[in-house]
Write a protein that binds this ligand. Structure first.
Ligand code: 9J3
Length: 289
């Protein structure tokens, strides 16, 4: 049973690998990133696997990774929201892997568990990635830069991202809450660069009660950005929301490249002409850098 589930997962991973390479849009002739290249799958071929040591803080997990990278790569851990499973957010796994990251997508132990518990699951995912770099039989053995780790999560998973970053910023490189849900959040202890992605008409985690006060509670010294999609609902960053993937994917990817990898070529996507080109699609945009 377990074996057949794994087979199916790997089968779907290789199907998405084919479609990823098929739609691959790389960069300009001079090799620099473009808004277009960040909005679609990258150039790396990817694989996925599920057989890794268990962590008590979460249930199953899948790690997506690029196979033809040379330099050590950064890692990203992604948590789903209330009642959700990996499949609701796993497009981030294939998308970010094609752009050169190892991505662990996790299932919470209980689909109803609180953001506090999801924060612990995210940090356990961070440890799992670091341990995969040490484990001789892991596909990621010796492939990771374990000083580069980001966390992402949807809704209560995004609340988990904020709580985890508030408590463990020194273990992280970047945080990206996706339409986060967390009442009464004060995240003034976050020092890690944080990009909050929100939806204007989110009725499950209304921006005025969640994402916006979260953003305002961040310290002004913290590198931070707030991206609110015009007419966006609670699910703009989920697997099914394909029309919003190019936009949310581009900002999240550029945030990781800039803030986690320190690649200054990606700063151009957060201000000036390239960012203003998105005005029509955004109901609010803030950047403090
Ligand atoms: O994770 C989420 O989508 C939060 C949804 C929610 O309404 O939580 C209330 C219990």
């Amino acid at each position: 049973m377990i074996a057949s589930i794994r087979f199916i997962l790997l089968f779907f991973a290789s199907v998405s690998l084919l479609s990823c390479t098929g739609t691959s849009q790389m960069s300009t002739a001079n090799g620099g990133p473009t808004a277009e290249s960040l909005s679609h799958s990258g150039s790396f071929q990817i694989r996925a696997y599920t057989s890794m040591p268990d962590a008590p803080e979460y249930a199953d997990a899948t790690i997506y990774y690029p196979i033809n990278t040379v330099a050590p790569i950064g890692g990203v851990v992604v948590a789903p929201g209330f009642t959700e499973r990996q499949r609701h957010i796993n497009w981030w796994g294939s998308f970010l892997a094609t752009h050169g990251y190892a991505v662990l997508i996790l299932d919470s132990n209980d689909v109803r568990e609180s953001p506090e518990v999801r924060a612990l699951a995210l940090m356990a995912g961070v440890r799992t990635l670091r341990e995969e770099n040490q484990r001789r039989d892991s596909p990621l053995f010796s492939k990771l830069d374990t000083t580069k780790t980001a966390i992402m999560g949807h809704s209560m998973g995004g609340g988990g991202v904020l709580l985890a970053a508030n408590a463990y910023s020194n273990e992280l490189s970047a945080a990206i809450p996706l339409t986060p849900w967390q009442p009464d959040g004060n995240f003034g202890d976050i020092t890690v660069p944080t990009l909050i992605i929100a939806g204007e008409v989110d009725s499950i985690a209304p921006v005025a009660d969640h994402a916006w006060p979260h953003y305002q509670s961040l310290a002004t010294e913290t590198q931070r950005a707030f991206l609110e999609l015009k007419d966006g609902d609670h699910f703009i960053a989920n697997s099914a929301a394909q029309t919003t993937h190019p936009l949310v994917g581009r900002y999240a990817l550029a945030w990781l490249k800039l803030q986690m990898d320190g690649d200054e070529r990606y700063r151009q996507f957060f201000s000036g002409k390239l960012q203003r080109a998105d005005s029509r699609m955004l109901s609010r945009y803030e950047l403090e850098d």
